[in-house]
Design a protein around this ligand. Sequence first.
Ligand SMILES: [Ca+2]
Ligand SMILES: [Ca+2]
Ligand SMILES: [Ca+2]
Length: 294
Amino acid sequence: MKKLTISICLIVSIFISGCVESPELTDEDYITELLKQSNLSQVANLNGIGDLEEDGKGTEEVTRPEYWYRQLLNEPTAEILIGGEVSTGICTVTVISRLSAELIIDTLWDGEFIPGTKQISAIRYTKFIVEKNVNETSFGGWRIISATPSEHMLANEEQEVFITSMRLYKNDELIWECTDPSDFYKIDSELPVLSEGDFIRMETTIDHLNPVYEPEYFVVAHGPLSGHSRHIMYDNGLYGDEVAEDGIFSYEWYVEYTGHHQRIAVDVIDADTFEDQTEEDYDSAAWGIHFLKI
Ligand SMILES: [Ca+2]
Ligand SMILES: [Ca+2]
Ligand SMILES: [Ca+2]
């Protein structure tokens, strides 16, 4: 009886290991798996919550809401599109995520949380260059050598706010910049490097195709910031912003919380979206870049 049990176990374990090893994976399978598992393609969502004091009511035509945050409803599995011939040993890969979310927004400054919701239907694109290296054993030898920033845009054609540049300075020295989110950055040498305690200034410029309100839009920083992971960026000559009203929005801080998400992002929201809590007029754009830690 004991012998029989042992042989059954042996047969079962052979069967299981046989299943794991087959069928043989193709280069496309390896590339897809590489992108699924890499932390370079694990993009943090823009669903942080800022603190109330910072979002204090101003005197402008449109003010920031009393409360606002995004809530992800559904993120289907990302589409991974491989471009070029895998036989050449180098390919581009586009990772497309279609996000369904809600903006929870309370525009009435009365100390009570009675929000409305606005539907968010957005697409996030990130591109990678992958290369096959015969000396590597994991993922069939494929590895990611370059990545673009992730670009968030509306799924429909109604987007009117756009980011036009993003820059990072460390101790006043430019360490990373992007003026086109389709530009590739080498993983080992061209991504920003941020460590806890670094004194960093992030700057961004924005374009609004059809401004109606004053201010035209609100700009938000996301990432390893101070105190919490979302902060308003200013173009008022204060808080690290070098020149007031020159179109460059800034946020300056000592880096914190690099252990969690390794993403830093700029995010613009149309003032029309923040002006009420009832209209379905969500309009926003964002760029995010993976950063390295020392
Ligand atoms: Ca309220
Ligand atoms: Ca400025
Ligand atoms: Ca509106």
